[in-house]
Design a protein around this ligand. Structure first.
Ligand SMILES: [Zn+2]
Length: 134
């Protein structure tokens, strides 16, 4: 149901009292540098991300996973791995949710889009602004 390329779904948690769905993923893809896309050496550390995806009906929808970090021999630095579904504008939203928010800001202003979606105005402004640049 909630399959994402390069990740294995570990669990899907429904919280009816809070109207929240959380999909817990585990990466099974090769770790690639998020900057240059060269394979990273073995994972040195990881950090937890809980990012917002498109709502499901009236439920807020989150994806929860650990993003790994490893040494990139090209950048000669420790880099976070590339996460293909992460928004370019903010690390708190998915690409598809950002696309949808961009569509909403096409038909209404940022303040009204914020009231409708619960996403803060500065994030919506950034999404709207980056869309104008493309
Ligand atoms: Zn790199």
């Amino acid at each position: 149901m909630f399959a994402i390329d390069g990740y294995k779904t570990i669990d899907v948690c429904f919280e009816p009292d809070r109207a929240i769905v959380t999909t817990i993923l585990e990466p099974i893809q090769e770790m690639l540098c998020h900057r240059c896309e060269h394979p990273l050496d073995s994972a040195l550390s990881r950090y937890h991300l809980r990012i917002k995806d498109l709502p499901i009906m009236t439920y807020e929808n989150f994806i929860s996973f650990f993003r790994r970090k490893g040494f990139c021999p090209i950048c000669k630095k420790v880099r976070a791995e590339k996460v293909h579904f992460l928004s370019d504008e903010t690390p708190h939203l998915t690409k598809q949710y950002t696309w949808w928010l961009g569509k909403i800001t096409e038909v209404t202003n940022v303040a009204q889009a914020g009231g409708l979606t619960g996403v803060d105005k500065s994030t919506l402004w950034r999404i709207d602004h980056s869309k104008l640049g493309t």
